[in-house]
Design a binder for this molecule. Structure first.
Ligand SMILES: [Zn+2]
Length: 189
């Protein structure tokens, strides 16, 4: 057996995985070979060091700091999520309000094209305000609900998520169409 093979036997010996025959061969070689003897002694020492070393405890306050950092990260994540929900809610409210606003402006335009009805302009503006007020109120409610109790409004949150999902679907459809358009352009050269 050469020194390299003996080295493998040394490792096996430290793992207590040697057969009696292999242990005998190792001992015979060690008695003859000084370099393997030196190597064996240092290997045994290192092995002993690892066996004796106590498990090093984490530094004081490590757990507290780690959990604090985790909480900060969670808060940041929740803040981002809240911002996204707020943004989507605002967009959805605007989208919902848009037909009403457009309709009101169209009525206003019609009104001004008929001068006899001009006197009703003030009434229409009042009507617009009465349409706008609940919308503003709803928007304000969304903002306050999300800002001051991000977890306490499951219905609002799920509504916002539904709007978000619809928006995501819409973006996908639009980008898909754009890609199809680009592909068609590329095919045409
Ligand atoms: Zn040797």
């Amino acid at each position: 057996m050469n020194c390299q093979e003996i080295g493998q036997l040394m490792s096996l010996s430290l793992d207590e995985a040697l057969t009696a025959d292999e242990a005998c061969q190792l001992q015979i070689h060690l008695d003859r070979c000084q370099s393997c003897q030196a190597k064996w002694i240092s290997m045994e020492r290192v092995s002993q060091l690892f066996a004796d070393a106590p498990l090093v405890p984490p530094p004081t306050g490590f757990a507290a700091r780690a959990s604090q950092r985790l909480a900060q990260r969670e808060a940041r994540r929740r803040g981002v999520l809240g911002g996204v929900i707020l943004f989507m809610g605002t967009i959805s409210l605007t989208v919902l309000a848009l037909p009403a606003i457009i309709g009101a402006f169209m009525t206003l335009g019609q009104l001004f094209s008929y001068s006899p009805l001009l006197s009703h302009g003030l009434q229409l503006i009042l009507k617009l305000i009465s349409i706008g007020r609940p919308l503003v109120k709803a928007g304000w409610l969304t903002i306050t609900a999300l800002l001051f109790s991000p977890s306490g409004q499951p219905i609002l949150a799920s509504y916002s998520l539904a709007v978000f999902a619809l928006t995501a679907l819409w973006v996908r459809l639009v980008s898909g169409r754009q890609r199809g358009y680009q592909k068609a352009r590329l095919a045409r050269g």
